[in-house]
Ligand binder design. Structure first.
Ligand SMILES: [Zn+2]
Length: 458
């Protein structure tokens, strides 16, 4: 498999490093000080103007103000005046490996395509992704171990539903179909041997087309998973299912409640369990959220690494589809509206929200990386959150949900995973897409080289 060499720093810095490094042998990377930018730490506090932060051995060593921060002699200085720095994003709801451009097939589930997809996330400054339930065989675990630079791969491996009642299309056969308590527990034990990062279940009858995972079965799965200290997240639609899953001990949800408004009973249940999370996953519902083609279709970022075919396919999603009957469309629109309303309600109630997009899945499309940024715009422009709230959801919260202690904020001790922006996203959330540079694990992602590589792909 071919991977492009990932240059540790830009060419100018290479020269400086050579000067600073002793002539012989394997000197450690020098300390680098990034200075002059506005720094959004991801904690939700006011940004630090004229910030300075030190990076050593891939980690943030110190954070402060330019001029006030002690900088070791010999440190490499990177001037970020006029820029804004934010933590790299996290996407806790994606489907890896089935998409290759406009093609959607299990045949694409190869190590090479999984790694290429991780690079697309890295290109847009996504530090980690969680593959939710549609991993195939042992491959995701092997690639997770192999991905030692760039975007981190978290996976739930194969998820659980009634037979053939989980995800659709080419992902349908990736899951454990269960019908008995014993079977559910046996498959959880089989899954646990791979040390997945979470467990995924689907509790959805797909508008009456399939059998919904029975409560006795999800209780068995949750109970068995918890024996192995594995969290369980549920794909859900209905308020009543969410309440029962909470009573069964579920740890989080892969979508919003979509059939009705969140009520006082649910909020009371959630207050008892403050660790429970919801991954809002608005991008997956974009077709029903927007009633007209959104202005962001003209964002030059779409021309960055996606093909003309990809962009045409995206734009078409917002044109009227005569194949969808008006009643189905109206119901889908009502559910999308409910997603937005419930996102705002849960945010106001202090419930833990995380960022998910469903990218790579049935509705998420092939827009790995950029769709993660679009989720922020949906949270702000459509659900009414502030840019700071959206950024905290997409960084710190989503890292905490994954248990990724080194990720999510720009703070001492954390991995140096951050995005350098040309404009301030607190003024306009669309500015998270004005990316100047991306650093993951302390190393700059060679965005131009990768862009050229993708442009030259057949
Ligand atoms: Zn999904």
């Amino acid at each position: 498999m071919i991977r492009v060499f990932r240059s540790p720093w830009c060419a100018g810095l290479m020269v400086l490093m050579t000067v600073l490094m002793p002539a012989s042998g394997s000197a450690p990377d020098p300390v680098v000080v990034f200075e002059g930018a506005r720094l959004i730490t991801g904690e939700g506090s006011a940004p630090i103007e004229n910030a300075a932060f030190l990076v050593a051995r891939g980690r943030i060593a110190a954070v402060g103000r330019q001029g006030a921060l002690a900088v070791p002699s010999g440190a490499v200085h990177v001037d970020l005046s006029g820029k804004t720095v934010m933590p790299a994003l996290m996407d806790d709801h994606v489907h890896m490996g089935y998409r290759s451009g406009e093609s959607f097939s299990a045949d694409h589930y190869t190590a090479q395509n999984l790694l290429d997809t991780l690079d697309r996330f890295a290109y847009f400054g996504v530090a980690a992704i969680l593959e939710t339930g549609t991993g195939r065989g042992d491959l995701p675990y092997a690639v997770r171990a192999q991905a030692q630079s760039g975007t981190r791969y978290y996976t739930t491996g194969s998820g659980f539903a009634m037979p053939a009642a989980g995800p659709g299309g080419p992902m349908q056969d990736s899951i454990y179909g269960v019908t008995t308590d014993a079977e559910a527990r046996r498959y959880v034990r089989e899954l646990a041997r791979h040390h997945p990062d979470m467990v995924k279940i689907w509790v959805d009858d797909r508008e009456g087309r399939v059998e919904k995972l029975r409560p006795d079965l999800y209780r068995a799965i949750i109970d068995e998973a918890h024996r192995y200290h594995l969290k369980v997240m549920a794909h859900i639609v209905n308020l009543d299912d969410v309440k029962d899953l909470l009573r069964a001990g579920v740890d989080g949800f892969a979508h919003m409640v979509r059939d009705q408004a969140v009520d006082a009973e649910l909020l009371a249940l959630l207050r008892e369990r403050p660790q429970v999370f919801f991954l809002e996953t608005l991008w997956g519902e974009r077709r029903d959220i927007y009633t007209a083609p959104p202005a962001w279709l003209n964002d030059p970022a779409w021309r960055d690494i996606y093909t003309a075919g990809d962009r045409i396919a995206l734009a078409r999603q917002f044109e009227p589809d005569p194949a969808v009957n008006p009643q189905t469309r109206a119901r889908a629109r009502a559910m999308a509206k409910m997603s937005l309303q419930n996102t705002a309600t849960l945010q106001k109630a202090g419930v833990r929200l995380g960022l998910g997009t469903d990218t790579g899945g049935m509705n998420g499309g092939q827009f790995f990386g950029l769709a993660t940024h679009m989720e922020l715009e949906l949270l702000v422009r459509e659900a009414g959150l502030t840019p700071m709230q959206a950024i905290v959801i997409g960084t710190r919260n989503s890292a905490e949900i994954l248990g990724a202690r080194a990720l999510g904020t720009v703070a001492p001790g954390k991995s140096a995973d951050f995005i350098v922006l040309d404009a301030n996203p607190l003024e306009d959330i669309a500015n998270t897409r004005r990316i100047d540079r991306v650093y993951l694990r302390g190393k700059e992602i060679p965005r131009e080289a990768w862009k050229a590589r993708w442009a030259n792909q057949p």
